[in-house]
Each structure stands twice: as C-alpha cells, then as structure tokens.
Ligand binder design. Sequence first.
Ligand SMILES: CC(C)(COP(=O)(O)OP(=O)(O)OC[C@H]1O[C@@H](n2cnc3c(N)ncnc32)[C@H](O)[C@@H]1OP(=O)(O)O)[C@@H](O)C(=O)NCCC(=O)NCCS
Length: 155
Amino acid sequence: MNATVAVRRGDRGDRDFVRDLGRRSATSSISAVRAARYDDVLEAFERLAQFVYGRRHDVLIAEENGERVGFLLLLYDIPDEVTLTDQAFVAYTAVEPAARGRGAGRALITAVDAYARAQGLRYVSLMVTDDNAPARTLYDKAGFVTERRMMTKAL
Ligand SMILES: CC(C)(COP(=O)(O)OP(=O)(O)OC[C@H]1O[C@@H](n2cnc3c(N)ncnc32)[C@H](O)[C@@H]1OP(=O)(O)O)[C@@H](O)C(=O)NCCC(=O)NCCS
C-alpha cells in the first residue's frame, strides 16, 4: 500500500540524514562479481557524497507525514562521456528500510524529471548494479533503458 510521499529540495540541514541513510544502504550496490570490504564501501559512499556536494547538484528529499524517508543525489554537470550530451545524473538514491515498498523511491525518481528539465536538460542517466533487483525494477518502471554496460572479469 503506497503512502503519500512529498518530495522537496534538500539543503545542508539534510546532509546528516543523507550520510546516515547512505551508509546504511551502501552495501545494496555491491555486486557478486567482486569481494568488498565493508569499510571501503562506506568510504566510497562518503567520497561520492563529497564529490556531489562539490559540483552543481540538487539533493531531493522524500517525506511521509513530514518525516524524511529517502533522498536522491542529482548531478547536473556530468555530461555523457561518449557524446558529451548534457544530462542530469542520479548519483545515488535510498529509502529507509522501514519505508520501502510504499512509493518513496518512485516519487524521488519521478521528481527528477522536473528538476532536470528546469536545468534545460533532456536526459537523465544513472548507473545501477546488475544484482540490485529492487533498484533495477524501480528504474525500469520509471522509463530508464540500458544504454551501455560496464563489464568486469574477476582474475
Ligand atoms: C531501490 C529503493 C530506493 C526503492 O525504494 P522504494 O521506496 O522501496 O521503492 P518504491 O516503493 O517506490 O517502488 C517502486 C517500484 O520499484 C519496485 N521495487 C521496489 N522494491 C522492490 C523489491 N524489493 N523487489 C522488486 N521490485 C521492487 C516495485 O516494482 C515498485 O513498483 P510498483 O509499486 O509498481 O510495484 C530501495 O529499495 C533502497 O533504498 N534500496 C537500497 C539502496 C539502493 O539500492 N539504492 C539504489 C542505488 S542505484
């Protein structure tokens, strides 16, 4: 059953929330292809967040009954590497485990379109781990298609 979710633009006051939820959900993006150290995965999330905050970006915050339940980090200055086409890039998104399955993820990814259009952008892009079924389903249903693949071979 879906709750009523509101999405707003975040600010610096949301950074602790983003850090806490991001760290708690970061392992969802580990693939079965490579071994991962938990501390390194946390460090990778910290670095990603700092990278985003240092660039042209928005943080979107999803709320249920005025309480934060999810976030999305959106970059505006990372063009497609093959064509140099301008695009919005979803760097990361997460919903509180207890609030999942109620439409917050969908509300966040749907809200991205208006933020991207407001920046004059005509594409939204992102990377998702193949093994992350919930996220892949979310993006599939939101209209994303696979444009190219990152491939890895374990040696
Ligand atoms: C991926 C994530 C953001 C989805 O958030 P959510 O609020 O649970 O998603 P929603 O409730 O809005 O669901 C949207 C769609 O995704 C799909 N989905 C969500 N959870 C799913 C699951 N566990 N299994 C399969 N599909 C799922 C559903 O099909 C749903 O569509 P429907 O309502 O039409 O059935 C959430 O699971 C999460 O935070 N995961 C950990 C962090 C993460 O993996 N982030 C993505 C990094 S790329």
